[in-house]
Write a protein that binds this ligand. Sequence first.
Ligand code: TXA
Ligand code: MG
Length: 320
Amino acid sequence: MNRLVPADGAGIREAARALAEGRLVAFPTETVYGLGAVVTDDRAVARIFVAKRRPHHNPLIAHAADRAMAAGFAWLDERAERLADAFWPGPLTLVLPLKTGVPVSPLVTAGLSTVGVRVPAHPVARRLIEETGLPVAAPSANRSGRVSPTTAEHVLRDLGDAVDLVLDAGPCPVGLESTIVDLSEPERARLLRPGGLSRERIEALIGPLEGVDGGPVRAPGLLGRHYAPRRPLRLGARRVAADEALLAFGPEPPAGARITLNLSPRGDLAEAAANLFAMLRRLDEAEVRAIAVMPIPAEGLGEAINDRLRRAALPVEPVA
Ligand code: TXA
Ligand code: MG
């Protein structure tokens, strides 16, 4: 049986105790809600994969309270230090070499010699990890293949009784998952997933990032259709039909849709990112033939917004 708990001091302490006892706790981060287990607890980490119906070859991000905790299990080189200085805590995950001999469950890394590390900025996430005293492995708290949850209600709707406790702190301010940069090889810096921190801000510090299309993708969760609503998505829409829903952007959406939600009437990409998943969920519940989506500019956070929309628009694949 799960419980929705307000994210106040008592709630956070209760959640930390639950984590220490091997239970699964969903908690808010500035990006999306995560489904957490202590990284050293094989059995609890295994339950994350069951709860999400996630394939075991897809590794989890280890969340640390601060850089010192992160450096306890991962090697940060000079580039990683520079990015951590600028963007931690915040929506940036670094894929780094895993230190040997550290008690991180091999299920967290899917047996890889690298580990995804992030120091979240949300005060509730940080206090929860501090209180727990150990890094917390946490994928987004949705069923595998669905849109990530940006509210506690989304978590309950997706995971139901598979989660033991949900810390509720309202909507997530960024609304898109973290940007993932792979620095595990000394001469390469690869953008594995665009996200809540724009490519431009990272490149300003460490130079150009190799793209996700330029080679074999080593983040197994990044392949194919991922952020999947039930209705077909029609991207780049400038007109809309009467039996469609419209996901609009900017001050002048076309008229005529059965239902319209506007990501940002003033055309602000950060506002659009924060609204994206919740609005996709709401439109997906409407009785419409398809969801039409207006064009979104490609720069800044637009890269991640367009990435999620493209994945959501792909046809269903016959994969696990
Ligand atoms: O914002 C976020 O990143 C959220 C919050 C909860 O922190 N978490 C999140 O986790 O989005 P998840 O599991 O939904 O996505 C993490 C992605 C997956 O695609 C996984 O394959 C990749 O990170 N990943 C994790 N560890 C990796 C590693 N060692 N090498 C390559 N990719 C890795
Ligand atoms: Mg996810």
